[in-house]
Each structure stands twice: as structure tokens, then as C-alpha cells.
Design a binder for this molecule. Structure first.
Ligand SMILES: O=C(CO)COP(=O)(O)O
Length: 260
């Protein structure tokens, strides 16, 4: 079964923007998305993951334009004495529909482990949030070994999901070495990993509709080189200019005309 929309395009703003800057960016992206043929035709769905304090404004300004909003992290408990943390329950209440989990920066700088990732995946699914699960090899290697690392990360990440709570996951393949770089990984490397990873994910019962997207210095021009090897892109810096995001949405329209 072909999942619609054809491509998922996501943007994480990480901690790049101040508040006023984020609001201006939301307004420009809302304007772009509301009239874009990619969203209107089902060629693409678009999600935005801003900082926590910007979430209510993002929901208010982007949701009417058909853009999904998610958080950059969540805690694995739903309520209690956990100073500084944010629950999936509150995120869902705010109108978020996604939660990013296990980004390489959180693993490297904030002590995220396979165990905490697994607990957070369970928390997201139990609160009705679609996890954006980040996986990827730490060091440059061949696609076979990279795919094996990603598959092990995926299996570990779903290991704490409560029975009956499995659901759609957006798996973001982000090789650590390609994040914050000048160029993305090569199309051959990306396809060599995403095709193996997607085949594995598709065979796990309960996770139907999941898809694998690529992140790590992704920018206009990459998607046409990948075609159906990926379910979409997860963008960082190269979506700060809304014109670049528009160019990528244009590419999804052209690609959607080619049968999957
Ligand atoms: O980590 C990323 C998205 O989560 C990618 O960021 P960059 O495209 O800025 O490398």
C-alpha cells in the first residue's frame, strides 16, 4: 500500500532562532505552505519542530496552513516531579502531533542513550504523538554496516512500547558525520542505508505506515537524486531560508508525478 502523502518534509529549528525570528519564519512558512501545490496535491506533508517556548505560536500559525508541529524532545513520564522536563501529555494538549527523539546532538551533548530513547518512544506513542526517531551511524562506514547500526537502534527504540501501543514512526536517518556539514552524505550511501532500513521497518508488525526520511545537511537538489529511496527529508540549516524550503516542496511535486 502506498502511504500518502508521497513525501514527508520536516524542519527542526534546533536552537538557531530567537522568539521574534521564529514567529517571522512561521508566518512566511505558513504563507508558503497554504498555497503550495505539494501540500494541496498530497505530494508532501510538512512538519516543523521549533523550540519548546515557540510551540503554542507554531501551532496557532502553522496548523491552519496544514503544517504539522512537533517538539524537539519529551520526557518519558507523563506527570510529576521532573524539573525542567516536558511531558508528551502536555505536548499533545498543546496541539503537537510529533515528538523528535534521540537526535545525535541529544545523544552526544545531553546523555541520551538507547534506553532513554526507548522510554521516550513509548511515551510519545502512548500520548498519540508520532515519534520522529533519529538513527544513524556515528562514524563514516559502508552502507551495510551503517544500515545494521540503524536497524539495531530502531529495534532498541521500540523495545519499551507497551502492547497494543505500536504506531506510525518517522525514522530520520541522520549519519552523525553529515549533520552540520557542508554537504549531505552521497546519494548512493543514503540509498544504501535507507532502502535496507525501510525494508526492516516495514516488516515489523504494528509499525505500518512508518517511513524513513534523510537528514544531515539536506538541501535543494538532494531529493531528485534520491527519488523513491527515501520517504522525505529532515532539514536543518538549509530550511532557514523559506525560499529553499519552497524549492524542496517544488521538487516533491515533480517527483510525485513519477510512479513510486
Ligand atoms: O540534524 C539535522 C536535522 O535534525 C540536520 O541539520 P543540518 O541540515 O543543519 O545539518
Amino acid at each position: 500500500m502506498t502511504y500518502r502523502p508521497r513525501f514527508t518534509i520536516g524542519v527542526s529549528l534546533k536552537m538557531y532562532f530567537g522568539h521574534a525570528e521564529a514567529l517571522r519564519w512561521f508566518d512566511r512558512v505558513a504563507e508558503l505552505a497554504a498555497g503550495h501545490p505539494a501540500l494541496l496535491s498530497g505530494a508532501a506533508e510538512l512538519f516543523v519542530i521549533p523550540s519548546f517556548p515557540a510551540l503554542p505560536a507554531a501551532v496557532e500559525r502553522l496548523t491552519p496552513a496544514g503544517v504539522l508541529v512537533g517538539a524537539q524532545d519529551l520526557f518519558w513520564e507523563d506527570r510529576g516531579a521532573f524539573t525542567g522536563e516536558v511531558s508528551g501529555a502536555e505536548l499533545a494538549e498543546l496541539g503537537c502531533t510529533l515528538a523528535e527523539i534521540g537526535h545525535a546532538e541529544r545523544r552526544r551533548l545531553f546523555g541520551e542513550t538507547d534506553e532513554t530513547v526507548a522510554r521516550k518512544i513509548a511515551a510519545a506513542l502512548r500520548n498519540g504523538l508520532t515519534p520522529v526517531l533519529c538513527v544513524g551511524e556515528a562514524d563514516r562506514t559502508d552502507p551495510e554496516r551503517a544500515a545494521a547500526d540503524c536497524i539495531a537502534e530502531f529495534d532498541s527504540a521500540i523495545s519499551a512500547v507497551e502492547p497494543g501501543a505500536a504506531g506510525r514512526i518517522l525514522v530520520a536517518y541522520e549519519p552523525h558525520w553529515a549533520i552540520g556539514a557542508a554537504e549531505p552524505a552521497s546519494p548512493a550511501h543514503i540509498a544504501g542505508v535507507t532502502e535496507r532500513l525501510a525494508a526492516h521497518v516495514a516488516a515489523v508488525p504494528g509499525y505500518e505506515g512508518s517511513r524513513v526520511i534523510y537528514g544531515g545537511s539536506a538541501k535543494p537538489g538532494l531529493l531528485p537524486k534520491l527519488g523513491s529511496a527515501v520517504g522525505g527529508l529532515f532539514l536543518g540549516r538549509f530550511a532557514h531560508d523559506p525560499a529553499a524550503l519552497a524549492a524542496i516542496l517544488d521538487e516533491t511535486v515533480q517527483l510525485a508525478e513519477v510512479p513510486a
